[in-house]
Ligand binder design. Sequence first.
Ligand code: AHR
Length: 505
Amino acid sequence: MDKKFARITLDQDFAVSRVDDRVYGSFIEHLGRAVYGGIWQPEHPSADEEGFRKDVLELVRELNVPIVRYPGGNFVSNFYWEDSVGPRELRPRRLEAAWRSTEPNWVGVNEFAAWAKKANAQVMMAVNLGTRGIEAACNLLEYCNHPSGTKWSDLRVAHGVKDPHNIKVWCLGNEMDGPWQTGHKTPEEYARLANETAKAMKQIDPSLELVFCGSSNMHMPTFPQWEATVLEEAYDVADFISLHTYYGNYTNDTGDFLSMTLEMDQFIQTVAATCDFVKAKRRGKKDIRLSFDEWNVWFHANAADDDTMKNRPWGIAPHLLEDHYDFEDALVVGLMLITLLKHADRVKMACLAQLVNVIAPIMTEENGPAWRQTIFYPFLHASRYGRGVAMNTALRTSKHDTAHFTDVPDVDCVAVWNDEQEEITVFAVNRDLKEDIVLETDLRGFEGYRFAEHIVLEHNDFFAVNSAEAQPVQPKTATDRDEQDGGLLQSRLAPASWNVIRLKK
Ligand code: AHR
């Protein structure tokens, strides 16, 4: 067998684009224990005066998420926002059809905005284009953002929230191409409704950034015609088109699982090409940006969730989508982050779905602590060290085939240059399950940069999980992997490992 290798070149001339910090966004949906028992649990010992768990807030701040999507997800397509504001004791309970739960409305628009502030994050608000439309969206916008002196803004003030929330990013519905969505639409129906809603919202505030629904994944039968139809209708008012993708190791084939980001890469390229096709057709000047506002691994709890929703419906904050992530999931999350960063010129916003308890990096015990899942760590590293300019690394690496993919690069990586702090970080995954691979980095365009640190996430059991009691999957600093000789750095990447290689001037 040929020797495995990986070589990259770092050069200041190879910039892809400055990374928009908002690619490190996340998502909180009224689903399962994300809100109740997740971010908000007034009876928990760590709760603050507003009922928010301080232990959770601390972990969210550690991840440094600049923007959080809310309130769904599928939930939003049946959301009556007026029920979620005003005196808590007067708020109605509602049947929440998407997740077959009861929504008590204990936390709503104002509480979430207050929580986001504490988490140092902006809110990315989604409007209901499933059962509702232009009117409800504009009323919510007026309620949230208008200072005062009108029906809905004065109602907010009467609810004790004097200052407007100034929410700038709005999603026009959620996954409207999916038959599972309440109010599912054809591309033409959605394009018309979303365009008219966007026009009305921008008439109120032209500075809003609006995200149109793209396809729920690249296997949807209407992909990519959906994107073309929507953008041809709405090019003038559209700022972003959304992408969603979840992966799972359904066939118990780790090699294949680690290759799924090849598909994510193709998805991004196809959506970008579709945006450019519409731009050309419309003789347009602006690029439509991509908002990858749902991405993650999601499959572990599917059977349990189906059972709960079928046999024990209408609970408040039931245990739903509580995937316990293992070590290999963390590698896939790392590969997904690498893929997003490689496309930093087009992907200007992204949300790890989700943030707390529901397919989440942060889990809580009802009567115990909040703790970090395995996937917490690659996200933390990317959010902490991946701010700056994404660099094309001109990667050359050996390749292999898996059950569903051919020519899978043995190593995948991206580099981010923090030009302000004069640091470069290379994020790399060795996909080979058995062999070390030496990553050779030619520091040609970065004279004076020296190796500083090599953080690794590795484990001999692909299925190792963390829990409240034990955290076997944790990053460590490797001291024996890197050798620099002038402008050449050699870094040993352990089999099936996530690597964060940091250089400083
Ligand atoms: O994130 C969980 C669900 O996945 C969201 O509600 C929906 O938008 C997607 O299908």
